[in-house]
Each structure stands twice: as structure tokens, then as C-alpha cells.
Design a protein around this ligand. Sequence first.
Ligand code: NAP
Length: 285
Amino acid sequence: MAEVLKGKPVADAILAELTKKIAELKERNLMPKLGIIRVGARPDDLYYEGGVKKTCAAIGLLLQVFEYPENIAQDVFEKEVAEVVAKKDIHGILMFAPLPKHLNEKKIRSLISVAKDVDCLNIASAGQVYADELGAFPPCTPAACMEMLHFYNIPIKGRRCVVLGRSLVVGKPMAMLLLREHGTVTICHSRTIDLPEVCREADILIAGVGRAKMVNADYVKKGQVVIDVGINQDPDNPGKYCGDVNFQAVEPIVEKISPVPAGVGSITTAMLCKHTVMACETLSQ
Ligand code: NAP
């Protein structure tokens, strides 16, 4: 039976550390604060926002939501975002994406300064992350995977890491973070030939494809660590969600595996808070 890598103990450890740090900062009159920019009121965004609000309240991190109507004009929105970014009391900014189609999202993302870009929305932040410049924040999800690997003492240096997926928010930054810690990294995608065979070569397999239970018994081998980033509707349990890994089939084979739900997803909000506190410290130096 594999060791199940639960997200909650990882998140709890990060949040306990942050609670102490925020209290220390407050003693120095520094009030770390996250700003959320939301256009419209999509249920997914509201759900995530609700979770972030709860976590922030629990650790003493200030939060302000900047909400805009769905039909906001590009020029008006650009001005609003620039004003939020310029606020001295806001240290981290999360903007829900995708934005409504009529907005030029790339342009809006570029307005979020790298120093406050706690979820790596600006392409300039991604560039700095890829160049191993430590002033920029990687997206919270791959950062959460790294925290999980560290928490469970899973060595990365010199080991074969296979990342399934090459999106800007999961796959690519994931590969870069593993590379930064000296993993030997292969990135797979929809055109990879013999995908199961490539995945079987991994010591650490990270799945971020957005395909329910795609990673099956033939993708894995004994001794592997499998981290499942996927969040998909579960085709076998309507109303529930599942990962990219077929947990039932894979768990008996591998050494360690993260579950969905209760895996990486539980750590993402903690990372958002951590990045915001780090931004506050840097901006106030
Ligand atoms: P995405 O933008 O759709 O990217 C999916 C990637 O998977 C692409 O690179 C795609 O390859 C590859 N892919 C798709 N089908 C494939 C197949 N059959 N074989 C091999 N590769 C395949 O998705 P994403 O935003 O990266 O998200 C990935 C998953 O992570 C989703 O389930 C999402 O819900 C989840 N997610 C979780 C969190 C979290 O906090 N846990 C956060 C963000 C996302 P091509 O590039 O060739 O098309």
C-alpha cells in the first residue's frame, strides 16, 4: 500500500508558520494584505474566494476584494487595476481568470507588478521564475506541489521527474521548479509518443492534464512518487471531483501518491498567503 500524501498537514504547517510571521510583522506595524480582483461573479471564483477569505481570517492576513461588473470597458478596467496595484497597503494581488472575452487579458495581466504578482499572472513574472530570479512568485499550484515534496522529504536532486502537461499555470512552471532543485525533468503533452512508457521512467510523476483518471496502472511502476494536480468532474460519481490519476488502480503499485480531493488543492491557498506575506516583507524593506 502506498503512503498517501495528504495536503492538509502541509497546509497546516505553512499556515502555522504564517500566523507567527504575520503577528511579528504586525508588531513592526506591517499589515500584510492580499487584494483580489474579480470581474463578474462566476460560481468557481466565488467558491475559491470564500476559501481564501476563511484562510486569511484564520491567520490574520488582511484581504480586500475589488469587484467589477462583467461588462466593464477595457480602458476603465485598466485604470482600476493600475490603481489597485499602486495601493501601498496591498502587497499581493490575485486576479481571477479567464476574464470576460471582450477584455484584453494579456494587457491587464501585464499591469500587475511582478513584486505583487503572487500567482504569476504577468508574463514578466514567469520570465523571472524561469530565470531562477527569486524576486518573482511561481503560480501557487506548482509551488504547492514543491511544498508537498519538501514536507514529505521526497528527494528531487538528480531524480527523474516527469511532468504531464505543459500549461503556463501548471506544467511549465512545475518543470522549472523541479529543474531549479536539480531534478532531471521531462515534460509530456498531448503529442508525446508512448506516453505511458515515458511516465513509467519517472521517479516523481506530476500529473496536470485535466483528464479524469487518465493516468492508469500502465503509466506507473513500483517505487514511484505520484503527485496529482488534476481537478476534474468524476465521471463515475456525479457531483464529485477526481484527479488525473486513477487512484484505485495506481495506489497499489506506487510508493507514494497524493489524493484528489484532499491533496495538492488543499495547499494552494496557503501558498497564496505565503507569497503575499513574502511580498509584504520584500516591499517594506
Ligand atoms: P490545460 O491548460 O488544459 O493544460 C493541459 C495540459 O495537458 C496541456 O499541456 C495538454 O497538452 C496536456 N494534455 C491534455 N490531454 C492530454 C493527453 N491525453 N495526453 C497527454 N497530455 C495531455 O490545463 P491546466 O490549467 O494546466 O490544468 C491541468 C489540471 O490541473 C486540470 O485538471 C486543472 O483543473 C488542474 N488544476 C489544479 C489546480 C490546483 O490548485 N490543484 C490549479 C490549476 C489547475 P497540449 O499542450 O499538447 O494540448
